[in-house]
Design a protein around this ligand. Sequence first.
Ligand SMILES: Cc1ncnc2c1ncn2[C@@H]1O[C@H](/C=C/CNC(=O)c2cc(-c3ccc(F)cc3)cc(O)c2O)C[C@H]1O
Ligand SMILES: [Mg+2]
Length: 214
Amino acid sequence: TQSTRPQRLLGAVQKNATRGHPRSVIQAIDHFCRNKEWAMNVGDEKGCILDSVVSEVSPATVLELGTYCGYSTVRIASRLPPHAKLITLEFNPEFAVIARQVIAWAGVEDKVQLVEGASGDWIPRMKEQFGVKTFDLVFLDHWKDRYLPDTKLMEECGLLRKGSILLADNVICPGTPDYLEYVRNSPRYESQYFKSHLEYTKVEDGLEKSVFLG
Ligand SMILES: Cc1ncnc2c1ncn2[C@@H]1O[C@H](/C=C/CNC(=O)c2cc(-c3ccc(F)cc3)cc(O)c2O)C[C@H]1O
Ligand SMILES: [Mg+2]
């Protein structure tokens, strides 16, 4: 039977990356996506911006919306301070199976909790299920029409504190117009656009970093 692209991406990791070396896992995926098959990972160029935000924030608690194959999960987890935790939500079980293996190959599973299900169902249960008070950093990279409703839901559930950082992928391509309008015009956010390119292409895209002001 035919393999799927995520399965072929995992194969490239297992063939070309060294177990326990997150950087080699990232490099193997970027090489696969640049030279074999494009895939919707945040990629190396926007990934460097993600890295710098993670290093600057040095978060104790991170929420990622949309795991896919675990590329950004590994990028973030490999830069977390000791005892920090990353919860990543993925509702497609096939992607979750692949992501768990990519995360394990990188050796960052101790910092990552991959939760299978829809963000709208899980965000209201973060406190009771995982003992999370608030998130220091949220990386939004799931369905683009869910960025805004999930941000409002996180506000309502008290999961954001003064200084919490939202970092959103694809605000230009495919685009998240309603989210962008909200974080750029709401008095409760201080927003900044990091111009970059759509992963593995020359098309413009960027990350929007928004600080929740409480
Ligand atoms: C609500 C919810 N809860 C949990 N997991 C969720 C969820 N919505 C999606 N997910 C999961 O996240 C992943 C989805 C991500 C959506 N990302 C995209 O659609 C996406 C698309 C492109 C893109 C750009 C130009 C093109 F020409 C073609 C594609 C680039 C990207 O970086 C992307 O993130 C996988 C999905 O199962
Ligand atoms: Mg993306």
